[in-house]
Design a protein around this ligand. Structure first.
Ligand code: SF4
Length: 388
């Protein structure tokens, strides 16, 4: 472990490069116990040069404020808030460990190796959530030793969240299915890829083209999805392509992709609403973006609408509305807008179909009942929200 630290330590690297001599600043030094209490990191203040990068990334990027500088002057050291509570949220840890500041905050789940190991890197897309951050898998002979961030299309600054950072060990499991299996007489048998392609080809061709359907998983990359639709349309001659992700979600989801706003447009927002989203937990890198934009853009307001009693986003939002039903909340807001002719007509003309039908059905609802079912404590809260 020590050698691993030496080859990844910025302090060591720059001290060597600039030929820094320990004798130049010789004198008293403070000695700290290394803190091993957290399951994922350890804090070694003996190596800290008080650059505060770990404190700043926690505040400016993650918005968790979980670390701080304790004491002042010569006795200053880095510790979790109040130097007592060691429950640093995992969401922050990934960001600190991304910094690996002088090896003061050290990731603990890196596999021990008794010597410096030159790792090979493979760039890929994280498949834990739908954000699509670019990551680097660092491996030796296909044994994954760590996962680091890469500057991708979405995570332009190379930030990652807890999932790929700490959750990569499944890649080293020997019981993963990595070869095709064929069920014969109720039992799975390993077969070659050639045989698997042959079986798929036969199955596709033994029925009419439109009797085939292709379901693509929501965790696949754009490139993989492109290949699946190409295979379905080009080879199987069918347009029956969909995803399990959209099952039973109604027609509105069909055009979902065109309604999505690219992440880089978040910076143009003047107000951000998080409706039913625990973004720091579910899509943490998007949460980092919101936090950074908020800090840089004159504290633009972030408003949280949640059904959770204790939302993980509450301490980061400027205003929180606690409700019982997001469905009824949105419907009540829409009712108010449509009933008062406050809707954005230009947007609706450009982007919506069937608005008149929707309006007619919506106005048949009872506004007071919608508010009651939404769980909002008083009507003005909905009206205020709708009018902003
Ligand atoms: S937010 Fe986290 S889980 Fe989602 S793609 Fe990015 S690194 Fe992966």
């Amino acid at each position: 472990m020590w050698l691993y630290r030496i080859i990844t330590c910025d302090l060591k690297k720059f001290a060597t490069e600039y030929e820094a001599s320990q004798d130049a600043q010789k004198g008293e030094f403070a000695e700290y116990q290394v803190d091993f209490r957290h399951p994922y990191i350890e804090i070694d203040n003996n190596k800290c040069i008080l650059c505060s990068r770990c404190v700043r990334i926690c505040n400016e990027v993650v918005g968790a404020n979980a670390l701080g500088l304790v004491n002042r002057g010569y006795k200053t050291y880095v510790a979790p808030s109040m130097a007592k509570n060691y429950r640093i949220p995992l969401v922050s840890l990934a960001a600190y460990v991304f910094l690996l500041v002088q090896q003061v905050l050290l990731q603990k789940n890196v596999i021990f190796k008794p010597g410096p190991v030159k790792l090979n890197k493979v760039k890929t897309i994280c498949n834990y959530c739908s954000i699509g951050c670019e990551i680097e898998i660092n491996h030796k002979n296909q044994f994954v030793m760590k996962v680091s961030g890469s500057e991708g299309m979405v995570n332009k600054d190379g930030n990652l969240c807890k999932y790929p950072k700490f959750g990569y060990n499944y890649l080293n499991r020997t019981d993963r299915i990595i070869k095709p299996l064929l069920k014969v007489n109720g039992e799975f048998r390993e077969i070659s890829y050639e045989k698997a392609y042959e079986v798929i080809r036969e199955k596709i061709k033994e029925v009419e083209p439109d009797e085939n359907a292709f379901f693509a998983g929501a965790r696949l990359t754009n490139e993989e999805l492109y290949l699946i639709q190409k295979f379905a349309r080009g080879y199987a001659q069918t347009n029956n392509i969909t995803s399990f992700h959209y099952l039973n979600r109604g027609k509105a989801y069909v055009k979902n992709a065109t309604a999505n706003v690219p992440f880089n447009q978040l910076k143009d927002a003047s107000r951000i609403y998080l409706i039913g989203s625990e973004i720091s937990m579910d899509n943490a890198v998007a949460g980092f973006m919101i936090n950074k934009i908020k800090k840089r853009k004159n504290n633009i307001p972030v408003e949280l609408i949640t059904v959770h009693e204790n939302s993980s986003m509450e301490h980061k939002a400027d205003q929180t509305i606690k409700i019982k039903s997001i469905y009824h909340f949105i419907k009540a807001v829409n009712y108010y807008l449509v009933a008062n002719d406050f809707q954005n007509g230009m947007f609706i003309t450009d982007n919506c179909e069937g608005f008149e039908e929707y309006k007619e059905n919506l106005l048949k609802e009872n506004f007071v009942e919608l508010i009651e079912k939404s769980g909002v404590p008083y009507m003005d809260q909905i009206i205020e929200f709708a009018r902003i």
